[in-house]
Design a protein around this ligand. Sequence first.
Ligand SMILES: [Zn+2]
Length: 426
Amino acid sequence: MSYFDENYATIKAIADDIFNHPELGYKEFRTKQIVIDYIRQVFPKAKIQEYTTTGLRVDLDNGADRTMGILAELDALINPTHFQADPETKACHACGHFSQVAIALDLFGFLTNEHTFKNYNMNFSFVFVPAEEFIDLDYRQSLIDAGKVTYSGGKAEMMKLGAFDGIDFMMATHSIGNEPGDTVEINCDLAGFLHKYYTFIGKAAHAGFDPFSGINAYSMSSLFNVALGMMRQQIREDLFVRINPVIANGNFSINVIPNQVTVSTDVRTIEVGYMKEIAARLDDAAEGSSQALGGQLKTKTQMGYLPFVQDRYLNQFVQQVFDEQTSIKKMINDRGAIAAAGDIGDLSYIMPCIQISYGGFQGDIHGDNFRMVNPEFVLKDFPEFLSKVIERLDEKVEKNQLYHRPFIDYAKYIDEIIKKETINEE
Ligand SMILES: [Zn+2]
């Protein structure tokens, strides 16, 4: 009986507990306590470092010159119609992060059991990160305004706080939607995105008696939306560009010419240069739309996440381990990129990262019916597979094949993408 067989019931109970108690980003206090309790239980002398509200890091130090990171995301997302959504917070684990936490804890238990980690020539850092989902933004803005965090995304925040210092490369995991069987996936790249807010400012007037004196902000926003629709023809389709404009707020009433409408939209793509180019075209379209009707425009840009390109050097070893085993049947290694995003893209700016995905789930990711249907694969076979990956990485990874950039370079890079807030009045 393997360690993972023996530990299965314990890990399954932890996974179920987190699944049944979903928490939103930067508020994963209960989940954090579950992680702390398990770590203390299996390795009482562990030194647990805490970062921001709910982030954790625990190291297994061999005094080696390489350190492998193992990452798990703590947060749930908002989908009130998910079958397990919390009625109060609307949070639910429809992205499977609960299972990431359980898998990481299983690996922590495996490596500390009989001090197994001492058999490796590298150190290990387990990092539990809050707030991967880019949601609940008013709350996060309140944290930013109060000076409690700088970034909406948990990884960037933990990067800033030094939670990844000394780690040379990172292995993350993620569930796959509608893939109930025993499947693993590597080399799936993700898009990055930024968020634009265009506030069209007009002039209020009586809509019946004197519309001639008004300047209609809703008309400007409609013009902008038409321009965006026509612009789509001029956007490259190989770079997975996504633009989803919505009216974020506005001054609307039936008998007054609307004098303010804010359109917000994401700009997603897998290439940062193109993201900047498309964002600039959107700025021009918004500016033109406001000018066409004699209004004004305020523009605000908020960075989302950077695109994620999985590290091919590290993933070749994952593929090797897969090829040498027979218990897991399917490997997906050719999907290319998808237009979903994750803040592992930001982490991959400073160090090589891989995200090994796993099946065992039914339903659409983020959808109403997303659920784990193959727990024995997710919480036993898959962690066992990862333990072999760790072994192979220990044998093969050469430090001179890994890149490293300091956090300050990341911060500058992000500043350069969003520039600073622009207000083009007049
Ligand atoms: Zn996710």
